[in-house]
Design a protein around this ligand. Structure first.
Ligand code: ATP
Ligand code: MG
Length: 383
């Protein structure tokens, strides 16, 4: 009898002529998430099994699997021979000791001498004999013991279905560049796109020495948390100190954030095009702050031709916070470190900046040289 983790995927995405490709990417992602844990991954009719790990690490395997997109549900269970005695030995381990229960059997192996109903009745009967606090309830039991008799003379026994991360395997929906700050929103935005199968690469702007090393460390911590889902373990940082100083010295104060945002987009686009990313991703949400009005978004879109995806555009802050907590980023996001956007923050940022005014102010700057210089400061961190 061997402890295993059973993984079921959302079939719907894996149909048609792309099936082989999707399955390869998915299996590859499962392998990546299990890096550092000895195991074997096997595909069997409609599911994957993680086998041959140290028994004590089952929870850890399950925990890792739980954040892989494309996993519909998973269970910790036992892989054993399909004789009734062997099945019962497993059932005993996953069965509750008291309360209401039922046994549910699925029989992939149609030549098995007993029917599904007979197997359930037999195992259920033996469990009732063993644990006197148990009672059968077919319709709404507190617990279910699941038995799956397979074609190869093996059976799987498990006691629950855990909900997976859902979504589509990362890497099957193109490649995007997330502009990641140290805030709450952008990590959630990255999570959302990865959930739809996008490979999400990370770009962060800092304004050293106005922003500290601590602020950068915080972004690396967030990137690590995000990598559980995106499976991407690198982050590029770009220095925009000089750009901010120039804007501050030469342009109308109320356009500070607007102009900086346009620089960020230009730099991000150049970077994305160089490395084959097909879109930019931000954590903006309509109307959340002065720069996130439709006019603000229009002004930054105006300087790039790649699509800009804003998966949080229609979310309220509390919805974003709930998601941030769920993915385990919130506690890190709220650590008090400055972001470059808060350096030189004007008292009254323009809420509806006019494009003509923005362009007029921007003429005071050598945009192209500033962008090229910033790009040359790019540093890659692997973690
Ligand atoms: P967040 O919580 O993601 O920081 P926010 O509500 O604080 O968002 P802003 O500071 O206005 O909003 O930033 C809007 C978006 O611009 C962010 O979601 C992020 O995608 C991008 N952004 C802001 N600051 C940076 C930065 N320092 N580096 C990279 N991207 C940034
Ligand atoms: Mg922010």
């Amino acid at each position: 009898m061997e402890k295993v983790v059973i993984i079921r995927y959302a079939e719907i995405h894996l149909k048609g002529k792309n099936r082989g490709y999707f399955e390869r990417v998915f299996a590859n992602n499962l392998e990546k998430s299990l890096k550092g844990i000895r195991h074997e991954l096997h595909r069997t009719s409609g599911r994957w099994l993680v086998e041959k790990f140290e028994e004590g690490r089952a929870e850890e395997v399950a925990e890792r699997i739980s954040s892989v997109f494309g996993v519909h549900s998973y269970s910790i269970g036992y892989l054993l021979g399909s004789s009734m005695d062997e099945i019962y030995a497993g059932a005993k381990l996953v069965s509750p000791k008291e309360g209401t229960f039922k046994v549910e059997t699925h029989r992939g192996y149609k030549q098995y001498p007993l029917s599904s109903m007979e197997i359930s009745a037999e195992i259920g009967g033996r469990l009732l004999d063993e644990f006197h606090g148990l009672k059968v309830d077919i319709h709404s039991p507190e617990h279910t013991v699941f038995i799956d008799v397979r074609e190869n003379g093996k059976a799987l026994v498990f006691g629950s279905f855990e909900e997976g991360a859902g979504g589509m395997p990362v890497g099957t929906s193109g490649k995007g560049l997330l502009l990641i700050s140290g805030g709450i929103d952008s990590p959630v935005a990255g999570y959302m796109m990865a959930k739809r199968g996008m490979q999400v690469e990370l770009l962060h702007f800092h304004s050293y020495p106005y922003t500290s090393d601590g602020a950068k460390e915080k972004v690396v911590s967030l990137a690590k948390i995000l990598s559980k889902y995106t499976l991407v373990t690198r982050l590029t940082t770009v220095k925009v100190t000089k750009i901010q100083e120039e804007i501050h010295a030469k342009c109308a104060a109320e356009l500070n954030v607007t102009l900086l945002r346009r620089f960020m987009f230009r730099i991000a686009e150049k970077f994305a095009l160089k490395y084959g990313m097909q879109c930019l991703i931000t954590g903006e949400s309509l109307g959340q702050v002065a720069s996130q009005t439709i006019e603000g978004m229009t002004s930054s879109n105006a300087v790039v031709s790649l699509p800009v995806l804003r998966p949080l555009v229609g979310f309220d802050k509390d919805e974003i916070i709930a998601r941030s907590r769920k993915i385990g980023a919130y506690e890190t996001s709220i650590l008090p470190f400055e972001d470059c956007c808060t350096v030189f923050l004007p008292e009254h940022p323009a809420i509806r900046p006019k494009l003509s005014f923005i362009e007029e102010e921007e003429k005071k700057l050598d945009v192209e040289t500033l962008v090229e210089e910033a790009l040359r400061s790019a540093e890659k961190t692997e973690f």
